[in-house]
Design a binder for this molecule. Sequence first.
Ligand code: GLU
Length: 465
Amino acid sequence: MTIRTRFAPSPTGYLHIGGARTALYAWLFAKQQQGTFILRIEDTDRERSTPESIQAILEAMDWLKLDYQEGPFYQTQCFDRYAEVIQQLIATGKAYRCYCSKERLDALRETQQANKEKPRYDGHCRHLTEQLTDQPFVIRFCNPKDGEVVFEDAIKGEIRFSNSELDDLIIARTDGVPTYNLTVVVDDWDMKISHVIRGDDHVNNTPRQINIFKALDANPPIYAHVPMILGEDGKRLSKRHGAVSVMQYREDGFLPHTLLNYLARLGWSHGDQEIFSRDELISLFKLSSINRSPAALNTQKLLWLNQHYLKNAPREEIMPELIWHMQRANIDVTNGPTLIDIINVQAERCKTLCEMVEKSRFFYEEVEAYDPTAAQKNLMSETLPVFRYLVEKFEALGNWEKEALHEIIKEAAAALDVGMGKIAQPLRVALTGNTVSPPIDETLALLGKEKTLERVKQALVFIDS
Ligand code: GLU
């Protein structure tokens, strides 16, 4: 069997993490089986689809490096094909025009509700012999009246629906625009999709789609319905839960591979392994190992994973993201240490790239003001001899390196008979404006001789004034 999967988002908003996870599973499965992964934009709902959303989806797929071998295809470019299939269904007696007015349908629904019946179309126009050319109409699919639709879901196992539960669904609206259940079948059929991997909010559509496949004498694909993602509170995920858009995670300072690893594990597992490279995900992924129950978000775990990758991912993978964040923060990275050095010195103490950027700003920008509490505690008259001593030693130092700088601080502590902390902490405030920085010798080494001296002298002036 040739494996062909697709991701079929409706461009009515950004790509949210639920969609991204579905896309990831479809992508992983195709990659692993040396199949084809297809991107199909389901944009037939013209009122709700926007070019901005299409752009946002493409951008997010790109950021996650979920590459597609075919597409993006756009459903709005396939209306002729949908019309052709609808005609075929009408010609073979599998679909019909329905002229029922809104009033009739409303009255029908009310009666059914009053009788505690499930609201459904009663097939009134199914056997009309006369076609009313001047009346508006929709096209309905003749759903089989009897029997069952049974399919083996690759995640959930066997699923059964009785045909008596399904009514004759509308496949084209009065304006001729085909509806979701029709277009999805035509495309899955034409694109020879072998596995439909999608959110389980579509389970109820599946028997309808299978019936349309059968009416077209076509074989339905294998379906795999992925359970929902829940918020940290166990409730259905919504905007209320904060970041749900993939690109928001980028803005919040996560690496694309962190998010991929996290989403893969959110609802799928391979023993208790947590860290997966891309290649491992591709080789180990199994549809049958996707959990049957919904998975809840866990921000702590996401942060932990991100820190793991900040520490361990190849620097060239982190670099483009760090550059992106530095630019967003308006930091001129030509005016300071290399970004490789920044990653090496900061990864240990940062969970996100945003944190890394903010904690590194002082390397590139002047200290405009000291944190008042830090200054009060550290930049006082007792600090004067310490700083004077350091200025002298720093000025004389030829090899501006971590080890030599460490020696100077040690010597200063001995010479002035104070603890190392009494030197490192005031120095930190002078250099960064605050009391947090990487180890002081590394900070000094990276900041460079010129900036260090400038800032220590600036602090001397501050203390004196
Ligand atoms: N366009 C549908 C959606 O975004 C997905 C349809 C499908 O995967 O079958 O919910």
